[in-house]
Design a protein around this ligand. Structure first.
Ligand code: TYD
Ligand code: MG
Length: 458
């Protein structure tokens, strides 16, 4: 009998220790260590395909002699996902889709599975029964593809079925439900997740079959289970959005075959997720009435410019410590911007509650939104509305200077296309900018926050 060895693993970050400890020294989480049995034998590789029976030893080769990929990418029936992946799915790649419960991960992948034609697809569900999957598929629409459903959680059984069926594309819902009999710990623990992902990785590389798997995320937003999972896979996609809003966003957090700057936007409807090809307009709310506390930012997500409305509410604090709440924007960034307004521009916001909301329920990381945030805060604080035909694109520095942002021409073009009359940008962005073609929009270069306020509210 093989001797067994146990190790304690942090269920949050995957660090290990020989004895139980209360606080993880690696991620500082409390009470996350769980004892797991690690197999001491070398038989980790349960996935043995015909191809690997005779082991091929790799030899060093000149880089110029290596043939380029012979099999082209698989173009998915989903434009947004194709773009996020960098132009389709690469054969033999392992992709992880993470997202909060109920956000629509299963819907997105099942939709993909039933719409992808001319490919044999295996959808492995460890969470739902066959009937439930079928019911969901009915909701999504026409079932015209070659999609097989397997409700199984043991990887040994799964690989047996895979060898028989020989699918061209495998979807796993979700990696946390799988278990491999090689590892003795419960499904969802670090060694199980790592082991099962390892088996899937080997399978996908050896047979050049793309595998897409769903991973749950913890409440702090990281993929549940080990960080190692993110290191193993080729691509990590994050599915996010507010469950109570209809918009959902897919972004690549890591991508070995493309850029991580791209973004896919979907709308959750009664019959599944529909792609939003032209997102700019959707994220602007009705703009007929002039209301104080809103400003439009021209941000860039990936290669696409998106105009987003920022809304602020500034009111007198009822309690001693004023409240600051944000949705879709970094709270620490808000604190910095408020400090800049207080110190550099002389606005007394220290005794005010400040609430900030990015309309549409999406999260924005582009620093170009800073200027709009500041303007919406002051607009609410002073109760003066900003002309809805004005938008902003600029980062705000700690000295109150407006810093230039990247790809300003793209932003100006999009703002002009949507009918905006004025855009405020950093003065330093204007150098070398050819504005002759922009006849409908006035580009205003500013150097300091005060100058913007002068121009807006004077
Ligand atoms: P689901 O894909 O089950 O989420 P996850 O796998 O990420 O946990 O999506 C669940 C939500 O999506 C659920 O609240 C209902 C909603 N939904 C729709 O609005 N329309 C649809 O067509 C489908 C299938 C789901
Ligand atoms: Mg699900």
């Amino acid at each position: 009998m093989a001797k067994t060895k146990t190790t304690f693993y942090c269920q949050s970050c995957g660090a290990n220790a020989t004895k139980w400890i209360g606080k993880c020294p690696s991620c500082n989480e409390w009470n996350t260590y769980v004892e797991e049995v690690v197999p001491t034998g070398t038989d980790h590789n349960k996935w043995k395909s015909a191809a690997t029976k005779e082991t091929k030893a790799a030899k060093p080769r000149l880089i110029t002699e290596i043939e380029l990929e012979s099999s082209p990418r698989i173009i998915l029936p989903d434009e947004e996902l194709n773009r996020v992946l960098g132009g389709g799915l690469v054969p033999g790649s392992l992709t992880l889709l993470g997202g909060e419960p109920g956000i629509g991960k299963s819907t997105l992948l099942l939709q993909l599975a039933v719409r992808l034609k001319n490919k044999k697809i295996l959808y492995i569900s460890g969470e739902e029964s066959e009937q439930q999957v079928r019911m969901r598929a009915e909701r999504i629409g026409k079932l015209e593809s070659n999609c097989y459903i397997l409700t199984e959680t043991s990887t040994q059984n799964i690989f047996r079925q895979i060898e028989e069926l020989k699918p061209e594309f495998v979807i796993v819902d979700s990696i946390q439900t799988l278990y491999s009999s090689v590892y003795e710990s419960a499904p969802g623990t670090v060694s199980q997740i790592r082991g099962c992902a390892g088996e899937l990785l080997r399978y996908s590389k050896e047979t050049a079959t793309p595998v897409l798997m769903i991973g749950h995320i913890t409440k702090d937003g990281s993929i549940a289970g080990p960080k190692v999972l993110e290191h193993m896979v080729d691509t990590v996609l994050q599915f996010e959005g507010d469950r109570h809003h209809i918009y959902r966003i897919v972004r690549a957090v890591k991508n070995r075959f493309g850029s991580t700057a791209e973004l896919g936007i979907y709308e959750m409807q009664g019959a599944g997720l529909t792609e939003v090809a032209n997102p700019s307009q959707l994220l602007l709310s009705q703009r007929d009435a002039q209301l104080s506390g809103t400003a439009i930012a021209c941000t860039l997500e990936g290669a696409r410019p998106i105009l987003i409305e920022t809304q602020a509410l500034v009111s007198t604090a009822v309690y001693g410590t004023p409240q600051r709440t944000t949705t879709g924007f970094d709270m620490r960034r808000l604190h910095i911007l408020l400090a800049v307004l207080e110190k550099r521009c002389g606005f007394r916001l220290g005794t005010k509650d400040v609430f900030l909301n990015i309309a549409g329920g999406i999260r924005v990381e582009d620093p170009a939104i800073d200027l709009a945030v500041i303007c919406s805060i002051l607009s609410s604080s002073e109760d003066l509305s900003i002309d809805p035909m004005i938008c902003f694109a600029g980062e705000v520095g700690l000295t109150g200077e407006i810093r230039p942002v990247n790809r300003i021409e793209t932003r100006i073009k999009e703002a002009a296309r949507l009918g905006f009359k004025k855009i405020f940008v950093s003065r330093y962005n204007l150098q070398g900018l050819d504005l002759k073609s922009e006849k409908t929009i006035e580009v205003i270069g500013v150097g300091k926050v005060e100058e913007v306020l002068q121009a807006l509210f004077a």
